[in-house]
Design a protein around this ligand. Structure first.
Ligand code: UDX
Length: 432
């Protein structure tokens, strides 16, 4: 099939290159011509495992190309995915300027039937607006359909998630649109959930809100575990083996971040408010998530007593492992607060340091975990990169001024750390 992806951000690039990999002819469009020029030179703007190879390989096989002309994209393809950003407005609602703009430009260039698919996370009813906008600017009265096909990709495993989805949600209003999308996704052999457009839009918001709720729930349990001397890792395992609960998203830690959960939750709370529902449950989820950062800062203060002029080695800056993304990363708020209190920060992250340098000018950035630990009063783990799990702890102990590990992601075993001679502090791992 001939497909175009409008918006070469995270979702657009991953979806476009994966659809090309499945054998489709794909054009990725972005109005940032500098970005397109860089991609054409093989410089991929985001770090995602496997993405660069996938893009280069499909460009070579002539299944994937890039352009800054939306006209070219619209003319070329039968299915047009809108994958532009929907950044948050001050009141938390999603800014739909990008979507409206793209819908208008699609309409102005429509000459024959096209299926226009919302891929970006959007409030329920956006499909309706896209349809109205296209109808209004559809000069040649070309036939079209609108559909919703939300993405559930996780950064760090986006390609795997695309190729092996738990389900594919398709919100459609015509048989033609339904057949096109069902055919497109046939090679993935995944369960299809076919609904109307509004339900599809809501599935995305409801899923992300529920996943965030699980994380805040376990973080609240972690707080209680610390107070009563239980271990949240054991509690989560005991809960998660119940199939009705499931193991996923029950890892306690410094809280969720990233470009989706915080933004989608704000948007969902704002949408609910607009239609007259006060979504208190989600407000609590959001508050607990904010509290997690204070929870870990309190642990730092409890152990270092006076933090001013102390040095802390911070391992992990990205909002989660296997990405260089620091959007809404808990690390940034935590480090900013520590710097504000007069702490010297020596940070290390395998991928996110360049991005972090732009927002943390007072922190020092190190070439590896050991350089970060040298002369530090405490080792603070904020992101659970695999390489932090297997450190040379003899060396770490020798390099630290005092053998204190505060583990914001529970990547170490308390017993083994104690045996190695560390004071170990996790999240919800019992009384200290
Ligand atoms: C999420 C959704 O999973 C995905 O379906 C959607 O399309 C986009 O948003 P992503 O933001 O890439 O994906 O990451 P995810 O792996 O879901 O993690 C989000 C945040 O939650 C991270 O900061 C992570 O560290 C945190 N998290 C996750 C926890 O703190 N505990 C957990 O148990 C799971």
């Amino acid at each position: 099939m001939k497909i175009s992806l409008i918006g070469c951000g995270y979702v657009g690039l991953v979806t476009g290159s994966c659809l090309a990999e499945l054998g489709n002819k794909v054009i990725c469009v972005d109005n940032d011509s500098k970005k397109i020029a860089r991609i054409k030179q093989g410089k991929i703007p985001i770090y995602e495992p496997g993405l660069e190879e996938l893009i280069l390989n499909n460009v070579k096989k002539k299944r994937l190309r890039f352009t800054s002309s939306i006209q070219e994209g619209v003319k070329y393809s039968e299915i047009i995915f809108i994958a532009v950003g929907t950044p948050p407005l001050e009141n938390g609602e999603a800014d739909l300027t990008g979507i409206e703009n793209v819908a208008r430009h699609i309409a102005l260039n429509l000459s024959g039937y096209r299926l226009i698919v919302e891929k970006s996370t959007v409030p329920v009813e956006t499909g309706e607006w896209v349809k109205k906008t296209i109808s209004t600017y559809n000069k040649h009265k070309a036939e079209f359909d609108v559909a919703s096909n939300p993405e559930f990709l996780r950064e760090g495993s986006a390609i795997e998630d695309f190729m092996h989805p738990d389900r594919i949600v398709i919100g459609v209003e015509s048989k033609r649109a339904r057949d096109l999308l069902v055919n497109l996704y046939k090679p993935l052999n995944a369960p299809l959930v076919i609904t109307n457009i509004r339900s599809a839009e809501l599935i995305k918001h409801a899923s992300n809100a529920f996943l965030a709720t699980k994380i805040s729930f376990i973080n609240a349990i972690a707080y209680i575990c610390d107070k009563v001397g239980a271990d949240v890792e054991e509690v989560a395992r005991g809960m998660g083996l119940d199939k009705r609960i499931g193991q996923s998203n029950l890892s306690a830690g410094v809280g969720y971040g990233g470009s989706c959960f915080p933004k989608d939750l704000d948007a969902f709370i704002a949408i609910s408010e607009r239609i007259g529902y006060n979504f208190d449950l989600l407000k609590a989820v959001r508050n607990i998530n904010e509290e997690q950062k204070h929870f870990i800062l309190k642990k730092v203060r409890d152990f270092l007593w006076v933090v001013k002029d102390k040095t802390i080695a911070v391992l992990g800056l990205s909002f989660k492992p296997d990405t260089d993304d620091i959007r809404n990363a808990p690390s940034i708020d935590i480090i900013k607060e520590l710097l504000h209190e007069g702490v010297k920060i020596k940070a290390y992250d395998p991928q996110a340091m360049n991005k972090a340098k732009e927002v943390l000018d007072k922190a020092a950035f190190c070439k590896d975990p050991y350089e970060a630990c040298k002369g530090a009063d405490c080792l603070l783990v904020i992101t659970e990169w695999n390489e932090f799990k297997e450190l040379d702890f003899k060396k770490v102990k020798h390099l630290l001024k005092r053998p204190l590990i505060i583990d914001g992601r529970n990547i170490y075993e308390p017993k083994s750390m104690k045996e190695k001679g560390f004071t170990y502090v996790g999240i919800g791992r019992g009384r200290h």
